[in-house]
Design a protein around this ligand. Structure first.
Ligand code: ADP
Ligand code: MG
Length: 256
């Protein structure tokens, strides 16, 4: 798929060794998918289906046994994790407790990105530029004026908003979110889901969004991929998936 834009994963297979003479365990089997620029694709699947492993493999944190990961048609398999220009956000946000909100968000600005001239690798923004960008990001995630707040005074939902702002700060060409709302209680999660969808749209972010929550996937994503036992069983729009599940396994998982 040379010439294609955005992310493409080709036949991604990940196996892990097992002790002794046991054969390797195959956690991902020939997973192929594409995420176009500006598109949000959700990966939906039960616990243990390989969702986090797929994100880690795309990020470069897990070695591919077979297959390829490409950006705009060029393989990134040999590119170190921090130079891929991909961001990752986790369930627990992983904020620095000793930095205030601005310090947490600004942390993301100090990383080199392989982006076009706007932020060439290694360029350090000035203090004023940083402050302006932090304010912009906090506005985007619905926390204007939170710069000086201590992280320890934030609610769970506010923390995840800060984590999202930090992930967006370096302008990743792909943002991968691994169950970013699953640690929050249900009512808060439902409210935040719509906000996250809007934030990703407003930022024009290209994103892979992992969740095991069906309604979250439908709200956030343009297309949804269903991962079952390490295989991409189907990928399509909400209408395609729920209207015409490709297999009995998909239908059962979606509850149609
Ligand atoms: P999900 O995120 O969908 O819950 P994971 O990607 O975390 O699933 O895990 C998929 C499967 O791979 C699980 O059975 C898990 O135990 C296994 N697995 C994940 N990482 C490793 C590893 N480093 N070594 C061996 N098995 C692993
Ligand atoms: Mg997981």
């Amino acid at each position: 798929m040379a010439g294609s834009h955005g992310l493409t994963a080709h036949d991604v297979t990940v196996q892990f060794p097992r002790p002794g003479r046991q054969p390797d365990v195959t956690v991902l089997r020939k997973v192929s998918l594409a995420v176009a620029p500006g598109e949000v694709v959700a990966l939906l699947g039960p616990s243990g289906s390989g969702k986090s492993t797929l994100l880690r493999a795309i990020a470069g944190l897990e070695r591919l046994t077979h297959g390829d990961v490409r950006w705009d048609g060029s393989s990134v398999v040999a590119t170190p994790v921090h130079l891929r220009g991909f961001g990752l956000m986790f369930q627990d946000g992983q904020l620095f407790p000793h930095r205030d909100v601005a310090g947490n968000v600004a942390y993301g600005l100090t990383f080199p990105t392989p982006d076009d001239g706007a932020n060439p690798a290694g360029a350090r923004p000035s203090r004023a530029e940083k402050a302006e960008r932090v304010a912009e990001l906090l506005e985007l995630v619905g926390l204007p004026g939170f710069e000086g707040r201590s992280v320890s005074t934030l609610s769970g939902g506010e923390r995840q908003r800060v984590a999202l702002a930090r992930s967006l700060a370096p302008g990743p060409r792909l943002l991968m979110l691994d169950e970013p709302l699953s640690a929050l209680d249900r009512s808060l999660r439902e409210r935040l889901t719509g906000d996250v969808a809007r934030i990703l749209r407003d930022a024009g972010t290209t994103a892979l969004y992992v969740t095991h929550d069906h309604s979250e996937a439908r709200v956030v994503a343009d297309r949804v991929g269903v991962l079952l036992a390490g295989e991409l069983a189907q990928i399509g729009t909400e209408e395609e998936l729920w209207g015409a599940p490709a297999s009995a396994g998909v239908a059962e998982f979606l509850g149609t």
